[in-house]
Write a protein that binds this ligand. Structure first.
Ligand SMILES: [Zn+2]
Length: 699
């Protein structure tokens, strides 16, 4: 089989028409975005690009040489103009005069802000000297899978010269920093005709006189590596297959069982979100003879293991005799062993000034025959970690196919993981939001209160699954929320809450999407109005099915997941003032709402010992944005009160003690309170959000 991931050549996407008329910084941006658009060229956030540009000095008015280079923490694929830092080249060159040698190279990072041109607030990255000292106007530093596969081969120097001759040089592994910048400068001076250099275990540097030349050189060099692998790496991937691949539906079924259990075991310090990947590249690896030995070696490129930890955890699962029960039973010990090994690794390599040990849990879980599960502090990080490990898999596949794959020596890996400059970067990160890492499912999520709730929870960093039966509204809500908060944070499932099968499958989809569940907001509803003598059995049952039974079915499913996760849980019922206060001509509705409230109390009692909290919000007369309040019900209520439909909102406002209208956002705020740790010590409670109604005072 042709290697899907290294088989296809990269296309040259440079468009002269588009580039015409661009300034040099604009061309740098254009080139960066083109390069970053393909993960085979560089991983997310990995690599950097630069241009040396003549600019007018704002103080003297003279033309000076300025280095434009990707700033700290950016991603070349999505970078915008403000993602580049700008520095005076003459000042950067002057730094050589105060450099005290390699053991002091980290202190040079502190001098970079002194070189800032034009008060640019974007912090310069640790890689800045790698660009500054290459005596070429345009420099690309990329982490291409095909090049790292060469760089991580035991005989990488020999392979580099075999493939590229004198065009591309080779430098031994060196942690990126000031010293490596000087190495690159020396290399260029000694090899004036070279077009680039491979850095052992790490990646590629290429350069050119123009932005276009730099871009095309990068693409050409990577394509040559890809072509070389096509002819040389023709054996079976990873030495051949030793385990079967399960069918797609079975893979998903296994993942749904494993994810909440793993999540519970690794979320003690901080809540984590999961990601499941069973792409072909992953399946080739997790069914191969080399899975265990290669996984144990750890990743090579520093970017890879910063995101994926020093090595993954291979889950004990045999796809030939799938018995997930045994696997689940073994997970606590497997995860404890991983943590102990990680702590030992920390102890082995820590230095006097090393930062304290970070979370010792694995990020990547490889399941033979099934795929890869990743867990991280949020969905984007979990997804990106998976992408990084796919990069690492591609690298191992290439290197082990043509040579012997070598990971970075452990001390080097540790020094990067616990690099003080890396720690400083982590310390600068904003404090996580109050629901970061939490996963919520909201029924009726596409409508008024449901969507407002999803919005409120996402504002606090939660991942949300919108469940609704209205496909069109669901799509619109998902688009709206993903535009506002990012695609990673929201999923939607079509769920009829009265169907046992639909509820089970919807929660299963949520598990596969995010790996677990922390918050259930049961909100899907309807409202009907009829005098008791006119209430048909069908109408009665409809209220009972959607409200009482629907709330029961979704709660039962949430409880099942909470019990597997063993990490507590949170249920919020959106009931109604009418669950407490009787109302004329709506006996079916009021009774079903009362059933919800009592169900919540029963569940609060049952869940307490497992730290599962269950609380109720009682809205009243939330007309705006509500699907319940369109059509019939509105007319029926108006008729019951003998008034015009338009007069209803004012009627309810005037009826309330506070003389205020109640909006979906008001209900969402109460739900957020009950779903968050702010109410950590409340369960079995009812919060009325009805602008005051003496009839529904709880007692
Ligand atoms: Zn790099």
């Amino acid at each position: 089989m042709l290697d899907k991931h290294q088989g296809a050549r990269l296309a040259n996407l440079w468009d002269d028409g588009k580039a015409a008329g661009m300034t040099e910084p604009e061309k740098l941006l254009y080139r960066s975005n083109l390069l970053g658009s393909d993960k085979r060229i560089t991983n997310y956030g990995g690599g950097n690009t630069s241009a040396k540009v003549m600019e007018k000095d704002p103080l003297t008015g003279e033309m000076v040489e300025v280095l434009w280079v990707k700033g700290s923490g950016g991603d070349v694929g999505t970078i915008k103009m403000d993602g580049f830092s700008t520095l005076y080249m003459d000042k950067l060159r002057a730094l050589k005069g105060i450099y005290r040698g390699v053991e002091f190279e980290d202190e040079m990072v502190g001098y970079l802000p002194h070189c800032t041109f034009n008060l640019n607030p974007r912090a310069a990255s640790i890689d800045t000297p790698l660009h500054a000292y290459v005596p070429k106007p345009h420099v690309d530093h990329m982490h291409p899978d095909a090049i790292i596969a060469i760089a991580a081969s035991k005989n990488s120097r020999e392979l580099t010269s075999k493939i590229f001759g004198d065009e591309i040089g080779w430098l031994p592994w060196k942690r990126p920093g000031y010293e490596l910048g000087l190495w690159l400068e020396k290399f260029c001076q000694e090899n004036p005709d070279a077009r680039g250099v491979v850095l052992e275990s790490h990646g590629l540097f290429t350069w050119g006189d123009t932005a276009k030349e730099a871009y095309e050189t990068t693409i050409e060099i990577i394509n040559r590596a890809i072509a070389w692998f096509e002819t040389e790496n023709t054996g079976p991937a990873f030495g051949g297959r030793s385990k079967p691949v399960l069918a797609a539906a079975d893979r998903a079924a296994i993942a749904k069982k494993l994810m909440p259990v793993i999540r519970g075991l690794v979320s003690a310090g901080e809540s984590k979100v999961g990601h499941f990947d069973d792409s072909q590249a992953v399946l080739d690896f997790v069914t191969s003879t080399s899975l265990e030995p290669l996984a144990a070696l750890g990743t090579s490129c520093p970017d890879h293991f910063l995101r994926t930890k020093i090595r993954p955890l291979v889950v004990d699962f045999d796809p030939a005799q799938p018995d997930v029960g045994n696997t689940l039973a073994g997970l606590p010990e497997a995860i404890a062993t991983y943590r102990a090994d990680y702590a030992a690794y920390y102890e082995r390599y820590k230095r006097a000034d090393s930062p304290a040990m970070r979370d010792p849990n694995a990020v990547v879980y490889l399941v033979p025959g099934v795929g890869m599960i990743t867990f991280a502090k949020d969905k984007a990080t979990a997804r990106i970690s998976a992408e990084f490990y796919v990069n690492a898999i591609n690298v191992m596949r290439g290197a082990s196919g043509v040579s012997t794959y070598v990971g970075l020596p452990e001390q080097e890996a540790f020094d990067i993981e616990y690099w003080l400059l890396e720690e400083a970067k982590l310390q600068r990160m904003p404090k996580p939001k109050s629901l970061a890492g939490r996963i919520a499912l909201v029924t009726g999520g596409a409508g008024g209160i449901g969507k407002a709730t999803a919005n409120r929870l996402m504002q606090e960093g939660a991942c949300v699954v919108l469940a609704d039966i209205d496909e069109t509204a669901l799509e619109a809500a998902q688009t709206e929320l993903s535009t506002r908060y990012g695609k990673d944070f929201v999923r939607s499932v079509n769920m009829n809450v009265t169907s046992e099968a639909a509820v089970e499958s919807g929660f299963g989809d949520a598990l596969l999407a995010f790996g677990g569940l922390d918050i259930l907001v049961s909100n899907a509803g309807l409202a009907t109005s009829a005098a008791v003598e006119d209430t048909t059995l069908a109408l009665w049952n409809k209220n009972m099915d959607i409200l009482a039974t629907g709330y029961f079915l979704v709660s039962r499913e949430a409880f099942r997941i909470f019990r597997k996760q063993k990490a507590g849980g949170n249920v919020v019922f959106v009931a109604s003032k009418n669950g407490l206060a009787a109302s004329p001509g709506a006996s079916a509705y009021c009774t079903a709402k009362a059933a919800e409230i009592h169900l919540a109390r029963c569940l609060a009692l049952e869940g307490a010992s497992a730290q599962i909290r269950v609380n109720v919000v009682n809205p009243d007369a939330v007309l705006r944005g509500s699907k319940i309040w369109t059509g019939e019900w509105k007319e029926q209520r108006a008729a019951a009160y003998k008034m015009d439909v338009d007069e209803l909102e004012a009627h309810y406002r005037e009826r309330s003690m506070l003389k205020l209208s109640v909006f979906p956002e008001d209900i969402a705020e109460a739900i957020y309170f009950l779903a968050s740790d702010m109410s950590a010590k409340s369960t079995g409670n009812i919060v009325n959000v009805d602008a005051g109604n003496a009839q529904s005072f709880t007692r």
